[in-house]
Design a protein around this ligand. Sequence first.
Ligand code: NAD
Length: 340
Amino acid sequence: RQPEQLPDEAVRQEYDRVVDEVRRHRHAYYTEDAPLISDAEYDALYRHLEELEALHPELVANDSPTQEVGGEVSAAFAPVRHLQRMYSLEDVFSLEELQVWIERATASVEKLGGTQQLRWLSEVKIDGLAVNLLYRDGELVRAATRGDGTTGEDITHNALTIKDIPTRLSGSNVPGEVEIRGEIFIASRGFVELNEKMVAEGKAPFANPRNAAAGSLRQKDPAVTAQRPLSMFVHGIGAREGLAAASQSETYALLREWGLPTSPYFKVLENFQEVLDFIGHFGQHRHDLLHEIDGIVVKVDDFGLQRALGHTSRVPRWAVAYKYPPEEVHTKLLDIRVNV
Ligand code: NAD
């Protein structure tokens, strides 16, 4: 039976069951670093929850998983309040949905009185975990995981062991205070070597690079983190004081100047067709990259427009994550492309 045909009590029961399931899997994934199901299965479950809520908006509570950033703060780490909230990303699972999203964002900008040509900063979605780095007067003050978006976990000692995270920013125009958001990941080659080492030591190998990165960063003992091949690319900025940049792409140039690594896989694009070509290119080459990806993130480049579009309680309205279909239907991507 379709959800809308169920009697009220049955709908409520089904809804509660799905909410509990999503929470259980989020806990396993974010807190235990040990997912019980694949990401595709989780995404389908989450979609089901969104559909139930669309059909029965009266069921949606403020603490529904659809209204919150997914992670938790484990008692194993000191809590850290982010100066500016961290968000998740809205997902789309087809190029048609992406087109709808882009048209909607464009219409919102026009409604807000924006007249300039929208530019889309597109980059690969790194399959790692988010980190928030706070620098004051150029010095790294602390590093935290995303947690629930408001409060993260203090992993400063572990971050200090990662070579891609500078303890001091270099170059000119370093702001007095700045939060830098990045993704910690394990490169594909490093992942194979790490698992070989784990097996040689009689330990269980990691299921995938994302789990390995999360499990390695969220260690009680920084000496363990130091032995793991962790890397980072930065892809955003939070609270800032005196930042001389008007767009995401200008900020990336500054971040590099300060000694922070940005992804080699990003481009500022002018229209939807260019975004489609970018998605098609990385769909074909996703296994040739330094690290695993689970999609493409498309962001409005201009900071003024980002501010005007704002956020929901969970995601920015100026960015979206396109998720590639499961590998076996990859070749279809190109067929869809010509039809869009
Ligand atoms: P998300 O990972 O889909 O998107 C938000 C995050 O993307 C950001 O916090 C950021 O850290 C990251 N990101 C990577 N590259 C980026 C880039 N270039 N620019 C900006 N951000 C970038 O959202 P989420 O809410 O953290 O988690 C949902 C994801 O986690 C889904 O992929 C889901 O399948 C998976 N998940 C799986 C399970 C499971 O049980 N298997 C459970 C929960 C979540």
